[in-house]
Design a protein around this ligand. Structure first.
Ligand SMILES: [Zn+2]
Length: 287
């Protein structure tokens, strides 16, 4: 089924009068430190109340109860960045039950990360997700840090974890032959240290965000979870493994998108992957 025929079934565009607050500032114009802590927490309480009202007034007023009773059958698995500006439910204006979500710094799929592997395995083999959405975003702090000089001097364990986590992106930056990235690398090699994070508009930075998404798509496509599903599909479409043996196997597609922080728009990188011999659905012209 073409993605554009699925999306309207599950994406409900709520009235702008229900827009959720994105800030805990009190609007006084004074500094962040002047915000009353109880007032900032009330943003969450008020938001949850508004969410329940929105659901009660939606096309399916029983959606929360129905999802609890019937279980989740999300059509999409979302692997995105932890960045607070790139929340999947918010930017796609999606209802509960739409996304099975995994987020981490710079939307990566490390083969040594049991967390992301478990999410992919559970989402695809148990929940029957059909579309994996890998989404990066321009202006990604994790990608910017991979271009900048690493911190010097003493670094605590948490900071060390961040540097280890982004190391694959540093390697991508160091080895990519994409012209924008080569150019940025050359200009940084001539700069005096330390190299600062690039500006959001920097072409090399934007290209590295895209290449990082492509790398994640490719890594997922090569993971044994996906390889096994494609094998089962080629062998007749029945699952051969695990406790769901004998069940019909669904097609699984993996897509690479980038979210533009400055406009709120989505860019399709055109790197979607699907089972051998199966037409891969496209997003068409994303507007
Ligand atoms: Zn990010």
């Amino acid at each position: 089924m073409h993605l554009s025929t699925i999306a309207p079934l599950i994406l409900v565009f709520l009235s702008s009068t229900h827009a959720h607050p994105l800030t805990v500032r009190d609007g006084s114009g004074e500094g962040e430190g002047d915000v009353d802590p109880s007032r900032s927490l009330s943003v969450l309480v008020d938001g949850n109340k508004r969410f329940r009202e929105d659901m009660a007034n939606s096309e399916n007023p029983n959606i929360i109860h129905d999802l609890a009773t019937n279980g989740q059958h999300p059509p999409f698995l979302f692997l995105g960045c932890s960045d607070s500006r790139v929340n999947d439910g918010t930017i796609f204006d999606a209802l509960p039950g739409t996304f099975f979500t995994e987020r981490n710094i710079a939307n990566q799929y490390h083969r040594t990360d049991i967390n992301v592997q478990a999410s992919l395995a559970y989402g695809l083999t148990e929940l029957g997700v059909e579309h994996v959405i890998v989404m990066g975003h321009y202006g990604c702090g994790g990608v910017a840090a991979s271009i900048a000089s690493p911190p010097s001097g003493n670094i605590d364990a948490a900071g060390d974890a961040v540097q280890s986590w982004i190391q694959p992106i540093r390697e991508l930056y160091a080895t990519s032959t994409r012209p924008e990235i080569v150019s940025l690398r050359q200009s940084n090699s001539n700069a005096s240290a330390p190299i600062p994070p690039p500006k959001i508009s920097n072409p090399g930075f934007r290209a590295l965000v895209e290449e990082n998404v492509k790398h994640t798509v490719q890594t997922i496509a090569e993971d044994s979870v996906v390889v096994n599903i494609y094998h089962d599909l080629a062998a007749g479409g029945k699952r051969e493994r695990k406790r769901s043996a004998g069940e019909e196997v669904k097609n699984v597609f993996i897509h690479g998108l980038v979210y533009d922080l400055e406009t709120g728009k989505i860019v399709d990188l055109g790197v979607s992957v699907g089972p051998p011999g199966v037409d891969v659905p496209t997003f068409g012209s994303l507007q």
